[in-house]
Structure formats: C-alpha cells, structure tokens
Design a protein around this ligand. Structure first.
Ligand code: ATP
Ligand code: MG
Length: 294
C-alpha cells in the first residue's frame, strides 16, 4: 500500500490503482469469513448479539501483568498461522473473572477491535431460560459457527453454568456445563472463546484448567483510577492533581469512575466552564460512593 501511495504521488496513477487492487483482493481472499459476517443469520441470529466495537487497546486501563496477558493474546492471534505451522495453537480459550465494571466485556471488545473481528455476545442465563432443555443443542450451533466464522465469542454470565443457583435446575446446569466443556475442548483456534464471570468462588477449580488463559480483574488502584478518569476527560481535566482524590476513588470500579468523570464533566460544561477542578471531581466521586453504598 505504501508503494501504491508513492506511485500515486509521483503521478503513476494506473500503477497505483493496480497495486491497490492487488493488495485489496489478496486481503479479501485471506479473510473472507470476517467480512461476510456483518450480521449473523439463521439459527445463530437468535442466540448471539453481534457488534463491531470501536474501542482500542489504548483506552483499556489494566495493571501491568494483566496488560501483558492481553498483549500476548493479541500477538498469538496475529501470528496464528506462524504458530500453527509449527504445530502450536494460539491461546483462544479465555476465562475472565472479577468484580463488575472492571473491564471484562471491554477487553473482549478491545480484542475484537484490534483483531478486526466482530464481537458475538451470548448471555448464558437468558439462553438457558429461553431454550430450557435445548440449551446444549444451541451451544452446539454457536460452537459450530465459531469454526466457520472468525469472531470473538463472549459467553457472559458464565457462572449461570457453574454453581448451584436457586431457581436453576442444578442437574440441567451441570449437563450444559459439561457440553460446554466438550465443545470448548474441541474448539479450533479460528475464533476466540471467552467466558466471563463475577463469581470465581462458585466455579469449580477443575474448570480453570480447561482454559488456555485465566485473566483476573480487580478494582483499580489510585493510579489506574486516575488513568481511567483522565482517559474519559482528556484536556478538560488538564492540571488536576489526581493523587489528592485517591481516597474518594477507593472501592469504586473502573465503570464507576467513568460515570463519575462524565457526571463532573457535564456539570462543568453546563456551568459554561472549560476546565474541571479537583473539587468537581471530588463531588462526583462522593456521589458515586454514596450511590454504590445505597
Ligand atoms: N479496565 C478498564 N479501563 C478503562 N475503562 C474501563 C475499564 N473497565 C471498565 N471500564 C469502563 O466501564 C465500562 C463497563 O466495563 P465492562 O462492561 O467492561 O465491565 P465488566 O467487567 O464486563 O462488568 P460486568 O461484570 O458487570 O459485566 C466500560 O465500557 C468502560 O467505559
Ligand atoms: Mg461484562
């Protein structure tokens, strides 16, 4: 593409167009499955929600160790062919676990965006209640799709399968979990299969071994908290001394901090000001704290 651009700059338009079309057709040939799945059709359409996330890796604030795991997943996927040629599978069975609002769904979206794949989300609890006895066969449909259509498949509310929740038929949940694990085991590395849960403790320890990687999410420390808020506010928060807000951030999730930042920003804008002060943020964080307690 760079050669084509250079040719165009030199006025060799014919050459530039030819080069461009060659590159584009070879790209299309190497990844036809990704582009053909704008919206899932047929059976799959009732089972998954398809999105094309725009959120980038840069926006995701993670502790260093977690960040490098995410980087590793991206690298292994980008070098998928290389690894497979040598007889190794890229990591593709992933378990995300941790408290609400700490970036599990966001990470799935980032992986989809960075790898130019759609994100297909499956809410396991609603799948189970909607299809009752048919859940296992619906799972089969999804895993078969995962072989055909390269995408990030996010199984949200994974704990719906893992524990003895009141209201669920425990025997049925067990059976579904077992089918899930068989499908998972046999899944090829075309797609990423991600299971996400808030409840590590109710998941069977043996379950963790079935995944290529387990990512543990946690509430942000003050530095990460500041990065999350700064990321949302941009230049509006120039000059804010974030260290003075550490105690107000304590106990809040990334999602809480984003909402506090947005609320503070809106107040400031509505007052006709152009800069957020520490006090604005303090107020918004305290309101969040009160909200999360009550
Ligand atoms: N690590 C993070 N870095 C930056 N922003 C984050 C992070 N985690 C969460 N957010 C913000 O909070 C929003 C909600 O987060 P997300 O949906 O990823 O949480 P979750 O871990 O999936 O929660 P749940 O367990 O409730 O599904 C995101 O869209 C983003 O704006
Ligand atoms: Mg989520």
């Amino acid at each position: 593409m760079q050669v084509a651009a250079q040719a165009a700059r030199k006025g060799h338009h014919r050459l530039a167009t030819d080069l461009k079309s060659v590159v584009e057709s070879s790209r299309a040939a190497s990844s036809p499955k990704v582009t053909s799945i704008a919206q899932p059709r047929g059976d799959l359409a009732d089972l998954v929600i398809a999105t094309h996330p725009e959120v980038t890796l840069k926006e995701l604030v993670l502790p260093t160790a977690l960040g490098s795991l995410v980087g590793r997943i991206l690298t292994e996927q980008r070098q998928r062919k290389n690894l497979l040629d040598h007889g190794f599978e890229p990591a593709h069975r992933l378990l995300f676990e941790g408290p609400p609002g700490t970036g599990k769904t966001m990470t799935a979206a980032v992986l989809a965006h960075e790898l130019s794949m759609p994100l297909l989300t499956i809410r396991l609890d609603s799948l189970m209640s909607k299809f009752m006895g048919e859940t296992a066969s619906k799972l089969r449909v999804i895993f078969e799709a995962a072989e055909q259509q390269r995408a990030v498949y996010l199984f949200d509310e994974f704990d719906a399968l893992g524990g003895e929740r009141s209201g669920n038929d425990v025997g049925e949940a067990r059976r579904i979990l077992n089918s899930f694990l068989v499908f998972l085991e046999n899944s090829s590395s075309e797609s990423l299969i991600i299971a996400a849960t808030n409840h590590r403790q109710i998941l069977d320890r043996a379950l963790f071994r079935r995944f290529d990687m387990v990512l543990d999410y946690a509430l942000p420390d003050p530095k990460q908290g500041a990065a999350v808020m700064r990321g949302r506010l941009g230049t509006l928060a120039k000059g804010v001394r974030w260290t003075s807000l550490a105690s107000e951030m304590e106990g809040l999730s990334h999602a809480d901090l984003v909402r506090a930042a947005e609320s503070a920003a809106k107040s400031v804008i509505l007052m006709g000001r152009t800069q957020i002060a520490v006090e604005d943020l303090r107020h918004a964080l305290e309101a969040r704290q009160a909200g999360s307690l009550g």
